[in-house]
Ligand binder design. Structure first.
Ligand SMILES: *Cc1c(COP(=O)(O)O)cnc(C)c1O
Length: 398
């Protein structure tokens, strides 16, 4: 079939929940993707911040191939070796204590919320606890995750959602304080807001929320699903701030393409939180996903990925700032490490669509932000190629 036929077939049988770019992707190599017509694309989206090692990383691919031949799934009724290794690595990388593996980011958020509610339930001897989340946040599409996602547009058709959630202004400590009451069990936020438009937390805000939580025995849940696992130049974005969460949610790059997420907590939370019977999953943390996570975390450490991000990110920032200087409709850059956003007064969806014609994949965030979340293995030459292609697109923007 040719590209048009594939696209028609897709629209006949897939539920239309995405307005997809007209691209049928076939395979990838390094930081390049190839479509079914053999066209090459430089990928600065990484499958939405997932493919930290790009495509067809030899050692990673070999690892999951071997595991597929050995054992894919066992259920959580038994132990398996890859998940034991993966959990130990995740604890070591975060300095946190206990991991529950899920299949997605939304499920990691669900688990984090349940863990916080159970912690408060054990402490207080009753249920009825509430959560403070942030406006313009994104935590996923399941009903629980949607309930803490501060975007009325996503929520509206699905009301009533989970009750007991209120929304504060991101980076405004007073607005969080104003929402605290005796039932508050957790404050949930993205260390760097992703979908909302690439907004890093300010140091004052994150430190302030941490202090507030400590004073009131409220749990701090950090959503590191997009900004975690090396992307910002630390394994977890909160490590830039010297602020540690009580619970964190991970996914996206954690499996580098194998669907897996996790929520991770400190021993203090674990002791009073989810116990046998409280939570479960059939697939979560199966040997296949476990092997992927184990290998991803091993490679990140061995290949000093965070050092590489710290080295290459300033170059990306410099090139993006150059584009902003050259095009007056680009107004601002925000971000940390290889999670960058550029604000545009011209429609970003159109820029992203035109970029494809130049052989460049970029995505958007919020309504007016171009988002750059490339594979973490990019080199200067890829940044140069991206900047050249994007400059050509921007010059042609009406
Ligand atoms: C992608 C994302 C999620 C949801 O993850 P899924 O795997 O799509 O369920 C949650 N939070 C943040 C910050 C994300 O970027």
């Amino acid at each position: 079939m040719n590209k048009m036929e594939y696209m028609e077939a897709a629209e006949e049988s897939l539920l239309h929940t995405y307005n997809r770019f007209p691209l049928v992707l076939d395979h990838g190599e390094g930081v390049y993707l190839y479509d079914t017509d053999g066209r090459e694309y430089l990928d600065f989206a990484a499958g939405i911040a997932v493919q930290a090692f790009g495509y067809h990383h030899r050692e990673y691919t070999e690892c999951i191939r071997e595991q597929a031949e050995k054992l894919l799934h066992t259920s959580n009724l038994y132990y398996n070796v890859p998940v034991i290794r993966a959990a130990a690595r995740l604890c070591a990388a975060s300095g946190m204590d206990r991991v529950f593996f899920t299949n997605s980011g939304a499920e990691a958020i669900e688990g984090a919320v349940k863990a916080a509610k159970k912690y408060a339930y054990t402490r207080d001897g009753h249920a009825g606890h509430e959560i403070i989340a942030m406006k313009h946040s994104f935590h996923g599409r399941t009903i629980g995750a949607l309930s803490v996602t501060g975007n009325p547009h996503y929520q509206e058709p699905f009301a009533p959602l989970m009750p007991g959630v209120s929304f504060a202004e991101y980076n405004d400590l007073e607005s969080v304080k104003a929402l605290v009451n005796e039932n508050t069990c957790a404050v949930l936020l993205e260390t760097v807001q992703g979908e909302g438009g690439i907004y890093p937390a300010t140091q004052t805000f994150l430190s302030g929320v941490r202090q507030l939580c400590d004073e009131k025995d409220i749990l701090l849940i950090l959503d590191e699903i997009q900004c975690g696992v090396g992307r910002t130049g630390e394994m977890f974005a909160w490590q830039h701030y010297g602020v540690k969460p009580d619970i964190m949610a991970c996914a996206k790059a954690l499996g580098c393409g194998v669907p897996v997420g996790a929520f991770v907590m400190t021993e203090k939370v674990a002791e009073r939180s989810l116990a046998p019977g409280d939570h479960g999953t059939t697939y979560g943390g199966n040997p296949f996903a476990g092997a992927a996570v184990d290998k991803v975390l091993e490679l990140m450490e061995r290949e000093h990925i965070t050092d590489h991000v710290k080295e290459i990110a300033p170059y990306l920032e410099e090139k993006l700032d150059g584009l902003i200087a050259a095009h007056d409709f680009l107004t601002e850059r925000r971000g940390i490490g290889l999670m960058q956003g550029v604000v545009s007064k011209k429609p970003v969806a159109q820029i992203a669509a035109k970029a494809l014609e130049e052989g460049l994949i970029v995505i958007t965030a919020g309504s007016d932000v171009l988002r750059f979340v490339p594979p973490l293995i990019i080199e200067k030459k890829h940044v140069d190629e991206m900047a050249g292609k994007l400059d050509a697109v921007l010059k042609k923007m009406p």
